[in-house]
Design a protein around this ligand. Sequence first.
Ligand code: ZN
Length: 191
Amino acid sequence: MRIGEWDHDAFVAQVKNFHGHVAPGVIIGGYMVEMARRTLPEGILYDAISETVQCLPDAIQLLTPCTVGNGWLRVYHFGIYALTLYNKQTGEGTRVRLNVDALQEYPHVRAWFFKEKPKREQEPELLQAEIKAAGMQLLQAIPARIHPDFLVRRGKGAVCRCPKCGEWYPAVLGEVCRICQGDGPYERHAD
Ligand code: ZN
């Protein structure tokens, strides 16, 4: 079965190159993207949603024109292994998720998904073989409709200077920048 322009093994090589290792989540994610895209009419412009920050954004960025940087891929921190592709005009699209009820037949995928075994006890070759054999059989596609509020793209608006640290940021985010509001990853900021 083809995944975008690649067959399974060629896609695995792409994932190794882009993601750094052959992550099962990205390989299955490739089939998820392929399954969602096959439901969309040819030639439409579509946007993408990933419901997790892990693995799926990379599958989407490898296989579609949608990236985080161009704004056509929106990533949510829900930790849910599912993605959606949708018509960016109408919001009509398809959400694809792992069909957890079908995993009895795929014990290695099941062990991976539920983290049933510590990583050193998992058998990566058997897992990869199962993923290749299963293809889209692991998956479930459901029609999805995006809320109209999410179809409107807003600019970031006026830019202002943070009175605390002097950094420039979109004024809509508050009186001081998000980092000075305490949302940043740094131990110290502009003291
Ligand atoms: Zn600041």
